[in-house]
Ligand binder design. Sequence first.
Ligand SMILES: Nc1ncnc2c1ncn2[C@@H]1O[C@H](COP(=O)(O)OP(=O)(O)OP(=O)(O)O)[C@@H](O)[C@H]1O
Ligand SMILES: [Mg+2]
Length: 224
Amino acid sequence: MNVIVFASRKGGSGKSTLTSHLAAHANRPSRRCLLIDADPQGSLTLWHTLRGTAEPQLRNGVRGVAEIVEQARQDGTEWVFIDTPPNMSTAVTEAISTATLVVVPVRLAVFDLAAVKETIDFARASKKPFALIINAVPPRRDNTESPFVTQVREVLAGLNVPVWAGQITHRTIYSLSLEYGEGAREYDEHSPAAAEISALWSAVERSVKAIHGAYAGAVMHRAA
Ligand SMILES: Nc1ncnc2c1ncn2[C@@H]1O[C@H](COP(=O)(O)OP(=O)(O)OP(=O)(O)O)[C@@H](O)[C@H]1O
Ligand SMILES: [Mg+2]
């Protein structure tokens, strides 16, 4: 079983957005997924309510996730996606301790190196693989990334941390589709947003394969 934990001490960086889109993308009848909302703000729960289906299933993890994760393991769940609040509370540290991979969204508009560092320092101390995802940035033009993104990559390079080579662009569809309880692909399977989420999902899959030692190719994470 793979447990993907979306964590960042920085509020508004895109944890709930990426959790929802990736889970909607990953879930299918042949792949059992479980969502855990460990954030009392309940963004993921709201999306799930708007979705109006039981797929993927959602559990409330505000009071702790360890037992829910263990139960999911026993039930034969393949993927667990955990959304966490923007702090380093026990709920978050417990979620990270269950993680196969910690995904840390970084958003330019709310860029805060200290907050990012705190989250990755904890993942490192917990010996958990993690990857930063650059979120809500200007689009690539002529296959070249925006100077903003290049600058952020330079700053992050100074931290010597794994950063996904792709990007999640700032697009209305990311928030709009969630208001319909959908993921980007469900909303418009031919959209650039659907393509970005698909690329992120592929990177996550490759990463966890590498973490399980089954794949030796290029990966987004590194055991830091
Ligand atoms: N790629 C994107 N394009 C457009 N809007 C985005 C994108 N990512 C996030 N947003 C918007 O930014 C806001 C914050 O995103 P989100 O709620 O996912 O952050 P969060 O990290 O979960 O916040 P919190 O720490 O408060 O839980 C939301 O209004 C969301 O719709
Ligand atoms: Mg959130």
